[in-house]
Design a protein around this ligand. Structure first.
Ligand code: GTP
Ligand code: MG
Length: 555
């Protein structure tokens, strides 16, 4: 049924291959399936959207007996998947095998009546488990095992990486630690699906799709949830009118421009989310931005959400990044490491400002991998040449066509290690001619800069736009200085071999871990935060070297 609602173009391309998997044992840790990495972006999207539509989110008492809970719910039908997590309380994501189970579940679910307060009877798939007794839900057991939805602190990461035996292992370990888990991705699709139920009050056939780092393969646990209200799949939209004879069409209101229409849609949906959306707090309508959006926090999941509409190009960018990330495992590893390194040194931030965004950093890594002597990644133009007729896509006059089928792409035989690539990345951008050259992943080579912005990265699908227009000279200089410093550090023996302490947990930061150290004083444990920030690179390195020497002496 749900496939009637999805973009007809997706349907033509990928059919309805959404067979659900058999029941999994509760508590099993779901890792992102490496087989999934080679599925096309749309296949994964449609599968996960469909799974989310069969799922509910339930707030549970902390000491819930998992077995009794599942027994109780399975009265409504078979359960495919269930996991628990914590976010302002304990929650369970329950995925049924069939959507019909939800109808049965809703029939037995009560609307609460609260003394002295009125409740709006808005029914959603966000529920609470109540126990009026005498069922003993704890049954002597402690809380159910919860799957982590956030990542570890940078200091713990540095410790973890310092215990690895090679820089290659450090890079892999960082990626493993940071990447989204299968459960977290399910939760992201479920939040979109819950939001879609709200938006469906206005547009029953709409879809809300996650985009950006939630789905492009580069998401880190805790990253925001970018959502896109998709009205393209509404039936009748692509209906061809007969050349002769009678036909009917809907009367619709017109808006002054596409942008004005998007603003009105987001305004009413934002209002609805604010007034009735359970768990949605701090709703802000940011309708005057270049890309209008509604921002809010979804408390039950802990996600910071950005809801946009009419944002097809961003969806295409996500698909492109997903494709590049799935071509070679080194791509994601390098992107995760560079993004983490940039974050550790405040070169990037989740708040918008004059710094290099995560998206720009990702494009810079892709470009670097295209520029290897034996390129690791093909150019976007090449991906366009490989496209089939169903891959054709033109958005607002821009050609966004590229191949979606991984199997059509032949890669070259580059055997460089992650360590070599990280080192070379820093050297590449430490000496890049930013003053006159632009980064262009469509051509896979630098081009003359068309404008004066300090950093110019051509938008892959809107060539007239610069992805990094926001970046100022100071931020670019900091980036270049840190690239040089990091390249130099990786060449020094003191930094590029493990430093073993006497006991476990006593390893001095080395390799990638040393590159992530925000400042010398963090190692030495002295100086105030303010002072650390102003420390010149040479001082930072000197301090790190001192720290390594001291550790060696101690151990
Ligand atoms: P996080 O920092 O983990 O959230 O990474 P992200 O990739 O999700 O970035 P962000 O939330 O800032 O943006 C979401 C998506 O919007 C990106 O993945 C891109 O597809 C798109 N996007 C963001 N910034 C730009 C930009 O400057 N230009 C273009 N063309 N697209 C952008
Ligand atoms: Mg994002």
């Amino acid at each position: 049924k749900c496939f009637k609602k999805v973009d007809s173009c997706f349907q033509r391309k990928f059919g309805t291959n959404t067979t659900a998997t058999k029941t999994d044992a509760p508590n099993k840790k779901y890792k992102i399936d490496s087989k999934d990495r080679n599925k096309s972006f749309y296949t994964v999207q449609e599968e996960k959207i469909e799974q989310a539509e069969r799922s509910v989110l339930i707030s549970c008492p902390a000491k819930t007996n998992e077995k009794k809970f599942l027994n109780y719910l399975s009265r409504h039908g078979d359960i495919n998947k269930c996991f628990f997590y914590e976010s302002y309380g304990t929650y369970a994501v329950v995925e049924f095998s069939n959507k019909e189970s939800l109808t049965s579940l809703h029939e037995g679910t009560a609307i609460p009546s609260i003394n002295h307060e009125a409740t709006v009877p808005f029914k959603s798939r966000l529920l609470s488990l109540r126990n009026a007794g005498p069922v003993d839900m704890s049954n002597g057991q402690s809380a159910p095992q919860c799957q982590p939805q956030t990542t570890i602190h940078i200091n713990d990461l540095i410790q973890r990486l310092s215990k690895e035996d090679s820089i290659d292992q450090q890079i892999s370990s960082l990626t493993e630690t940071y990447q989204l888990t299968e459960e977290n991705v399910c939760l992201r699709f479920l939040v979109c699906s819950l939001l879609k139920d709200i938006a469906a009050a206005y547009f029953p056939e709409c879809t809300i799709r996650p985009f950006g780092s939630s789905v492009n393969g580069f998401g880190k646990l805790g990253c925001d949830l970018d959502m896109f209200l998709d009205l393209d799949g509404i039936s009748g939209r692509n209906l061809k009118r007969p050349k002769a004879g009678l036909s009917l069409e809907y009367q619709t209101k017109r808006s002054a421009s596409e942008r004005a229409g998007t603003q009105s849609i987001l305004s009413v949906i934002g209002e609805c989310v604010d007034q009735f959306g359970p768990g949605c707090v701090g709703v802000q309508k940011i309708l005057q931005a270049r890309c209008p959006l509604v921002r809010f926090a979804h408390q039950p999941s802990g996600f910071q959400c950005d809801l946009t509409a009419n944002n097809r190009v961003a969806m295409k960018s996500s698909e492109l990044l997903y494709l590049y990330g799935g071509l070679d495992r080194r791509v994601r590893c390098l992107v995760f490491s560079v993004r983490c390194w940039a974050r550790a040194h405040s070169i990037t931030s989740s708040i918008s400002g004059a710094w290099i965004s995560n998206f720009s950093l990702t494009v810079m890594v892709l470009f670097f991998l295209q520029r290897r002597t034996i390129p690791i990644l093909p150019t976007l133009d090449h991906l366009k040449e490989l496209a089939g007729p169903l891959d054709k896509s033109v958005i607002e006059g821009n050609d966004c066509t590229f191949v979606s089928d991984f199997t059509k792409i032949r890669l070259q035989d580059n055997t460089e290690t992650l360590e070599q690539l990280l080192q070379e990345f820093f050297e590449f951008y430490g000496t890049f001619a930013f003053n006159c050259m632009s980064i262009n992943i469509r051509k896979g080579r630098e081009q003359n800069k068309p404008e004066v912005s300090p950093l110019h990265i051509q938008n892959p699908f809107e060539p007239a736009l610069n992805v990094s227009k926001n970046v100022n000279g100071t931020q670019l200089e900091r980036f270049v200085a840190l690239c040089r410093e990091s390249a130099w550090m990786l060449q020094q023996r003191e930094f590029n071999v493990p430093h073993r302490g006497s006991g476990t947990g006593n390893n001095a930061p080395w390799g990638l871990a040393a590159l992530l150290m925000p400042s010398v004083s963090q190692v030495a444990g002295v100086k105030s935060r303010k002072k650390r920030k102003r420390e010149p690179a040479s001082e930072r390195i000197k301090g790190l070297l001192e720290s390594l020497k001291n550790r060696e002496v101690k151990s």
